[in-house]
Design a protein around this ligand. Structure first.
Ligand code: FAD
Ligand code: MLT
Ligand code: ZN
Length: 536
């Protein structure tokens, strides 16, 4: 399918022979799979939009095994598609033709966790004899821990491991139950905590990578500062399996925040969504950990396909379910919703800050509906936050946002776009696309990480159609380029977006990327047909 749709030819790699299979079965006994049923799942991506026809799935357990696999593939000119949790959204994780699938599923060991000091360092900040932070005489300085683990560890499991020790992973995404940390690093995944903890480019301290010819590159240092030469690990972060196979990661893990609050709010238009963001960034400052948005179409889809309920659409009569605002509980819902998370170390302080923000946002009309969730069980006994009823399971609110991706797959064929734009222009793309496509699309929705200037524009249709795709692309990329945006904010280019790289990168940059690729993988065996545009 993919080949027909994209008019692509198989490159002249060797074909897998019986001898090759015998070699791998000897190297990885019981872990070199040729079973068509098991292979089927690994040949198809999460969205079920692209499919390869690999006949071999390899599951090494160590970097040494990955090295032996790649050395052999390099010598034999066999193409390889590295795969983590196979949750990627750009068709990068599955073979295009018959590439061998190299899975990290069994590379799931935690190597070490160093809590560093393990405790808060408390110190007082002075400046010129006066206290710098005004009324706050002491400032909690969180010391992150350092986790070293293999690439196939599942993100959620790493987070659970860390939470037991008072820490968390610096990233969180809807796919956390399946995605691997190696896949996260290979895609430089953004997700829901980027606003607070920054990109993996800052939190990853070191990597172990196996190069295409089998060389093991041990850059797994756990140093906070290391300016000895070029920072090679950055080349592999976000390289989507095209430059090397990431086998281990050393990563900074923040302390688990003591107090987490969530507010789910309704806004009447997108300009209010933006203004609420500016206001809350100013008023919540360092405790703001997420600012996500979704439009009413997204809400409709999670209600319709997943049976979730809109917590801020209520009726005054329904007091038993009274999770609507005292302000103006609407019967019809709001055109936009925002999810605001605070994470801090002092629940009273955080609550006060959130309260003042909510009060201001509601009195000024930025927000018209809302509900709040708190993690802290003790708060249950206390009064409602400025009269807004509380929900005690934050996940209830997070699900509305996190599960949009899943809801969309139930709506039909999904055309998925992930762009960075100036926040002021973010939603105009959705509006313009809706107007452009008219009845030819089933739904055109917008949601995303507004705090990071990242829009997820998704279009659904009953079935795949060439003409619909032609109406969307390259329009969506031209539109994004006009505002100097990025055509891939966080999902990568993979197979589906690689031909459009020039909308976000100058030719010189693409050429340099191609030279890096040729240097590190001269035979082009690692994830061919992905990330970089096909040569003419
Ligand atoms: P895979 O899908 O298996 O692979 C992704 C790419 O990385 C492929 O090109 C693959 O070849 C390469 N790769 C995988 N492992 C390695 C390795 N060890 N070494 C070298 N290359 C490797 N993404 C975001 O950025 N933010 C989000 O908020 C987000 N939310 C999501 C929510 C849902 C419900 C889903 C389904 C996906 C979401 N994604 C998101 C996309 C996806 O989950 C991420 O890109 C994730 O990081 C991929 O990890 P994975 O282990 O599944 O990798
Ligand atoms: C998200 O933010 O939900 C993810 O990036 C997945 C998606 O874009 O659908
Ligand atoms: Zn996202």
């Amino acid at each position: 399918l993919t080949c027909e749709r994209y008019g692509l030819r198989r490159l002249p790699f060797s074909r897998l022979s019986r001898d090759d299979v015998a070699f791998f079965q000897g190297l990885l006994p019981g872990r070199a799979c040729t079973d068509p049923e098991e292979l089927q799942a690994c040949n198809v991506d999460w969205l079920r939009s692209v499919r390869g026809c690999s006949e071999l799935l390899l599951k090494p357990k160590t970097a040494a095994e990955v090295s032996q696999v790649l050395r052999y593939c390099h010598e034999r000119n066999l193409a390889v598609s590295p795969q983590g949790g196979n949750t990627g959204l750009v068709g990068g994780s599955v073979p295009v033709f018959d590439e061998i699938i190299l899975s990290t599923a069994l590379m799931n060991q935690i190597v070490s966790f160093d809590p560093v000091s393990g405790k808060y360092h408390r110190h007082t900040v002075h400046r010129g004899g006066t206290f710098f932070w005004g009324i706050s005489l002491q400032q909690d300085v969180c010391v992150p821990g350092i986790l070293v683990c293999q690439a196939g560890c599942i993100l959620e499991q790493l987070n659970e491991y860390l939470e037991e020790r008072g820490f968390i992973m610096p990233l969180d995404l809807g796919a956390k139950g399946s995605c691997h940390i190696g896949g996260n690093v290979a895609t430089n995944a953004g997700g829901l905590r980027l606003l607070r903890y920054g990109s993996l480019r800052g939190t990853v301290l070191g990597l172990e990578v196996v190069l295409a010819d089998g060389t093991v590159l041990d850059c797994l240092a756990s140093l906070r500062k290391d300016n000895t030469g070029y920072d090679l690990k950055q080349l592999f972060i976000g390289s989507e399996g095209t430059l090397g196979v990431i086998t281990a990661i050393s990563i900074l893990c923040p302390q688990k925040p003591k107090a987490v609050n969530l507010a789910f709010l309704g806004c009447q238009d997108f300009s209010r969504v933006q203004e609420a963001f500016t206001t809350c960034r100013t008023m919540l400052g360092e405790i703001l950990s997420a600012y996500e948005f979704m439009d009413e179409k997204c809400m409709e889809l999670v209600e319709k396909h997943l049976g979730l309920s809109n917590p801020v659409r209520g009726t005054r009569a329904d007091n038993s379910q009274s999770i609507h605002l005292i302000y103006s509980p609407s019967l019809s819902g709001s055109p936009f919703y925002v999810l605001i998370e605070t994470s801090g170390s002092n629940s009273t302080h955080d609550e006060e800050k959130l309260n003042s923000f909510l009060e201001q946002a509601m009195t000024s009309g930025l927000v018209t509906d809302g509900t709040v969730a708190v993690d802290d069980k003790k708060i249950k006994a206390r009064t409602r936050l400025i009269g807004i009823p509380l929900i005690f399971v934050p996940q209830t609110l997070w699900s509305l946002r996190e599960r949009i991706t899943e809801a969309l797959t139930h709506d039909g064929c999904v055309y998925k776009y992930d762009v960075s734009l100036p926040v002021g222009k973010l939603y105009d793309l959705v509006t313009d696309m809706r107007a452009r496509l008219g009845q030819s699309a089933k739904n055109v929705v917008g949601y995303g990480h507004l705090g990071d200037g990242n829009l997820h524009l998704n279009i659904t249709a009953e079935s795949y159609s060439h003409s619909l795709l032609d109406a969307i692309e390259p329009f969506v990329y031209e539109w994004t380029a006009r505002y100097n945006g990025s055509i891939s904010a966080e999902h990568g280019l993979g197979f589906k977006k690689k031909q459009f790289i020039q909308y976000s990168k100058p030719n010189e940059a693409v050429f340099l990327m191609q030279r890096f690729k040729a240097m590190l993988d001269p035979k082009g065996i690692l994830n061919p047909y992905k990330t970089l545009p096909s040569s003419p």
